[in-house]
Design a protein around this ligand. Structure first.
Ligand code: ADP
Ligand code: MG
Length: 689
């Protein structure tokens, strides 16, 4: 191996010039090592070609067909369309190619090809738009192989990435193993070098799964070691910011329009005991969506401020941070909580405003600072930060806590999560965290009514949405994509918004929200939705975490089959937050039986833990590259549910390694030590939201 080769810039690789290098940089790939761990996001499997009668709608299929009749060429506005029909003895498929007029002359009636692409149904016929075309012998050579499909950026083709990865492997040679042989054989794990290669170029599905497991083990092992190392430095941290109970909290509890649930009260007792105890707080509040975690954070921040300290609350998105800020301002005003002085700090602020907020923070003019992870950036200097609350940031931990420690702060940490991590796993992964479960829903909530339906249900859904709006309610519609053309057959927010505007009565206000909008725009839209100026919000999953608009009663999710069950549960959690009956409509555009069964789970239960369990049971290993969960502890290849055995094993191994060599100083741990220190090992706790 060598470390030197791994660190070498990709520009040194033959065939990668400055320009291509820059494109790779855009994807975060700088060195050969980066390239090797630039994993495919999927694989193309070249299955044996089907007969026309065996094609399946909405599935990528290969089919061997002969062109029949004429190849026609026409123009529709500025689009040229080449179309023809192709058939075998069992059926016919309509083919179309856009903006490829040259095809018209090269395609001959009577010739036979393999066509591979997404199959659609148009009326009574199957159709394929833009299928890839192969000569028969060309396809035969590809058959049975898995070809990697990489995440790309404009200007960079899949082939370029594949070639570059191949060259990087040649350049780097064998990569040194860092896991002892007895561990590998005990767990039946592939060696590191082979696994890295196989994850890019697997011979078959089972080899890919073996490789993925090995790399998943790496992720868990490194993660746990880092956690443990951090714990060593923090474990005995004395509570330097002790707090006492304050009257404001008691008064707030008495005046709130609702009574806290028993579970909320127990969790808050835990928090109070930590804040006033001998050691620094490290607590995870785990409660299903809608269980009322925010008010707990608010009370902790109130207690902190009333004791004369600063507290901060970190949210994964700007939208969510802004929402918390608004609702905290309202609580402060409604209950006259003058000890709390809130401020919002996100990337959305202008440079000038940011400087002003930073000044207020450093001079102690504000004591309840809400924001994104801008909160723990270097430039922010706190006067006396004593508490950090992280909302829906399951991966808050190693790096961020390190950043705080770097500021010389040993703050109390309160993490809040709706991710149903089984307790046993949570204890392994967050060995240093105490856990409070909020396992009780506020009273008076009506269970959400669900339906999983096909696209033909849409008109009924729109009518239902309209009725709800006329009754004063609001609705969400979720689409997986932002714009047209990102993926075939997948709904996008932009077009959907236009379509809904045209479909619903004119007085219904439809707006869109997605991650490519400017932060300021996003805030404005969310605020308008909260004010009820917007009736229907068409959005990507940016609204997935934490958003709270209790007046919204309908959640309609397009292409539900593209989401993991836990993610669907999070999305559904945006409704059913008030006293009105709420509804969730899952549109399933796939006719695959397995998918139907999977989505049906959403019909049967509103319980996040049960859903996570079912999700785990129903996903085969092959799906892991397909539907990924978001929001939970997401490792790149590891899945804490699916690989729970590896999580446990890696934790044991980590503890064994560290007990024999607490500082990883031994020569046989040199590679491990380096991996722990490198950027790529950090990627487990770099938020991707
Ligand atoms: P989550 O746990 O998903 O973060 P939130 O804290 O956003 O949930 O709470 C959801 C809604 O429930 C909010 O509108 C909140 O005001 C309300 N709520 C919280 N606790 C209670 C309670 N004990 N009784 C009734 N409503 C509550
Ligand atoms: Mg929340």
């Amino acid at each position: 191996m060598g470390k030197r080769e791994l660190d070498e810039s990709i520009i040194e690789l033959k065939g990668i010039g400055e320009k291509t290098g820059k494109l790779f940089n855009k994807l975060g790939v700088y060195s050969c090592g980066d390239l090797l761990s630039y994993y495919p996001r999927g694989y193309d499997l070249f299955d044996a070609p089907l007969k026309a009668c065996d094609l399946k709608e909405n599935v990528i299929c290969a089919v061997k067909l002969t062109i029949i009749g004429n190849v026609t060429k026409r123009r529709v506005r500025n689009l040229s369309i080449v179309a023809f029909e192709a058939a075998d003895d069992t059926g016919m498929v309509k083919m179309a190619y856009f903006n490829a007029p040259y095809l018209a002359s090269s395609l001959k009636s009577g010739t036979t090809h393999i066509f591979r692409g997404m199959v659609r149904k148009k009326g009574n016929f199957f159709s394929m738009d833009h299928p890839k075309m192969y000569k028969i012998e060309e396809y035969a050579a590809l058959m049975g192989h898995l070809l990697p499909r990489y995440p790309l950026t404009k200007g960079l083709t899949n082939n370029t990435v594949m070639k570059a990865v191949e060259k990087a492997f040649l350049n780097v040679g064998t990569i040194e193993e860092f896991v002892p042989g007895d561990v590998l054989s005990r767990l039946g794990l592939m060696d590191y070098s082979r696994a890295l290669k196989a994850v890019h170029f697997p011979d078959n599905g089972s080899m890919l799964e073996d490789a993925r497991r090995r790399l998943a083990y790496n992720e868990f092992l490194l993660f746990v070691i880092k956690l443990r190392l951090l714990k060593q430095t923090q474990e005995e941290a004395k509570n330097e910011n002790p707090m006492i109970e304050v009257a404001d909290v008691t008064r707030l509890l008495e005046q709130l329009p609702y009574k806290l649930t028993g579970a909320q009260l127990r969790a808050f007792d835990d928090i109070k005991a930590d804040l006033s105890g001998d050691y620094v707080m490290n607590r995870l509040i785990q409660g299903d969506v809608g269980s009322g975690k925010t008010i707990l954070a608010f009370m902790a921040l109130l207690m902190c401020a009333a004791n004369g300290y600063q507290g901060a609350m970190m949210a994964p998105t700007e939208v969510l941070a802004a929402q918390h800020f608004e609702s905290f301002k309202k609580l402060i005003k409604d209950y006259n909580l003058t000890s709390l002085k809130p401020a919002l700090l996100t990337g959305a602020l202008s440079a000038k405003d940011k400087r002003e907020v930073q000044r207020q923070i450093s001079e102690g003019e504000v004591n309840c600072i809400i924001g994104t992870n801008a909160l723990i950036q270097e430039k922010v200097i706190y006067k006396n930060l004593a508490l950090v609350v992280t909302d829906e940031q399951h991966r808050f931990g190693v790096r961020q806590r390190g950043a705080l420690a770097g500021k010389g702060l040993s703050c109390h940490v309160l993490a809040m999560s709706a991710t149903p991590i089984p307790r046993t796993l949570a204890i392994i992964l967050y060995g240093d965290l105490h856990i409070s479960l909020v396992d009780e829903m506020p009273k008076g909530r009506l269970p959400i009514k669900n339906c999983v339906v096909g696209t033909s249900y849409r008109p009924t859904a729109y009518k239902f949405i309209n009725d709800q709006i006329q009754a004063g309610r609001q609705c969400y519609v979720i689409c997986p994509m932002i714009e047209e053309g990102e993926l075939d057959g997948v709904e996008n927010v932009t077009d959907y918004t236009h379509m809904l505007k045209a479909t619903l009565p004119e007085m219904v206000n439809v707006a869109m929200l997605h991650g490519k909008m400017k932060p300021k725009e996003k805030d404005e839209i969310m605020e308008a939705f909260a004010r009820k100026d917007i009736d229907v919000l068409v959005s990507t999953t940016v609204i997935e975490v934490g958003i709270n608009v209790p007046n919204a009663t309908v959640m309609m999710i397009e292409n539900s089959e593209r989401f993991g069950l836990s993610q669907l549960h999070q999305l559904r959690g945006r409704v059913g937050r008030g006293n009105e009956q709420s509804y969730c409509i899952f549109i399933n555009t796939s006719d695959d039986e397995e998918t139907k069964k999977r989505l049906d789970v959403m019909n049967k239960t509103n319980d996040g833990f049960k859903i996570a369990e079912e999700d785990l049971k129903m996903r085969g290993p092959g799906d892991l590259f397909g539907v990924r969960q978001s929001g939970e502890l997401s490792f790149r290849l590891g899945d804490i549910y699916h690989d729970s055995d590896l999580v446990k094993e890696s934790a044991m191994d980590a503890d064994r390694i560290l007990s024999s060599d607490p500082e990883l100083a031994l020569p046989q741990h040199a590679v491990l030590r380096e991996l722990i220190a490198t950027k790529s090992a950090n990627s487990v706790d770099t938020a991707t939201l």
